[in-house]
Design a protein around this ligand. Structure first.
Ligand code: SF4
Length: 362
């Protein structure tokens, strides 16, 4: 379903779906066998998907039909209670941060990006400006606003960790400074593990500053792994070479620890399975968790008509990757906060759970 998406019998069921914004989007959280996954529901492939999810019955469960035949059941995480609150100046909390997956608070601290202002430089999969243009979010969330919402999300909805991402501002720190002040404010208000996400900053000293401010984990996202695909898909961001990412990863792992630094890799943009697995092997060797997710063709982006990866491609990636992670001693459940720990945008954690520890395999 993460590849094909799904049609919904009741689009209003559960917490509201996510449209636009940074990272994978146009999807909705579903719980399958106790595991929460994000499934595209607003993309063109989703509108034509083989899968149809019926409106919930009286017990809150929905049948999943594939070409009319029932193949399973899902439920929808409930709408979080913090969505009903607003700041003293009248800003709804849901414009400051959202519930992701089942227990993650997620925010884009700065909802604009130096790379998004130019059609020739923007990452072609990104919709960071869409939710802002639609009035669903604020351009800049202040540290005080983030702290207020985080405290409420923990107290009212039992949120377990927080993801803070950011568009890339013009400065050389690539957003690390605003992430540090935001993490510090949240940590001062509530005990909540935090992952911060940004491009590699100009100075590796930012990693210790982020940790000291309260960040528990760090994401720096390659998105694509080969130069040709990076240049075609991310004309601006690819000016930061993969070699700089690897240098930054090594410096960050020294600060945050093995397995607490991660990177998003989008499958289906043109990198081959071998390309992706070869880079994952290098990442795991230095202690970086490669979070490989299926590319989602977000409506309104230049890649809205790009096909999502076939389920067979994802299986060919995630099976071997789960073995490599087990051999390298990296596990999603050991990541203190963030996307790798949440896991809802990929089936990787499901593959991981089926893997034996090294030495247990023949
Ligand atoms: S994996 Fe990351 S982007 Fe996806 S739902 Fe979880 S926190 Fe959000």
């Amino acid at each position: 379903m993460q590849s094909f998406g799904a049609r919904l019998g009741d689009p209003g069921a559960g917490a509201h779906s996510r449209r636009g914004g940074a990272g994978p989007s146009d999807h909705k959280a579903l719980t399958i066998d106790g595991m929460t996954v994000m499934v595209p529901v607003h993309t063109a492939p989703a509108f034509a998907s083989l899968y149809f999810i019926e409106a919930p019955d009286g017990s809150g469960r929905s049948r999943v039909l594939r070409e009319g035949r029932a193949v399973g059941e899902v439920s929808f995480p409930a709408r979080p209670r913090f969505y009903d609150l607003q700041t003293v100046d009248g800003i709804p909390y849901s414009r400051i941060a959202l519930l992701h997956g089942g227990d993650v608070l997620a925010t884009t601290v700065l909802q604009s990006c130096v790379r998004y202002r130019s059609r020739t430089r923007t990452c072609r999969f990104c919709a960071i400006g869409q939710s802002l243009a639609a009035g669903r979010t604020l351009e800049r969330k202040t540290p005080a606003q983030l702290a207020e919402v985080a405290k409420a999300a923990v107290e009212l909805d039992g949120v377990q960790h927080m993801v803070m991402t950011t568009g890339t501002p013009p400065g050389r720190d690539r957003g690390a400074a605003i992430l540090a002040e935001s993490a510090a404010a949240v940590k001062a208000a509530v005990a909540l593990p935090i992952q911060v996400q940004c491009e590699p900053p100009d100075d590796d000293a930012w990693f210790a500053r982020l940790r000291d401010a309260g960040a528990d984990a760090l994401g720096m996202h390659l998105e694509a792994v080969t130069d040709a695909v990076r240049q075609a898909i991310m004309p601006g961001k690819s000016e930061v070479p993969v070699s700089r990412y690897f240098a930054a990863f090594a410096a960050a792992v020294a600060v945050f620890g093995r397995g607490q630094v991660s990177t998003y890799i989008l499958a289906g943009l043109g990198d081959t399975t071998d390309d992706i697995l070869a880079v994952c092997a290098r990442l795991i060797a230095i202690g970086v968790y490669p979070f490989v997710v299926p590319f989602v063709p977000i409506a309104g982006t230049p890649l809205e008509d790009h096909p999502p990866p076939a389920p067979a491609l994802m299986a060919a990636l995630l099976g071997p990757l789960a073995d490599m992670l087990a051999d390298g001693g990296l596990r999603a459940i050991d990541v203190k906060a963030g996307c790798a720990r949440c896991g809802a945008c990929s089936a990787l954690a499901t593959y991981e759970r089926g893997r034996a520890a090294p030495g247990d395999r023949a």
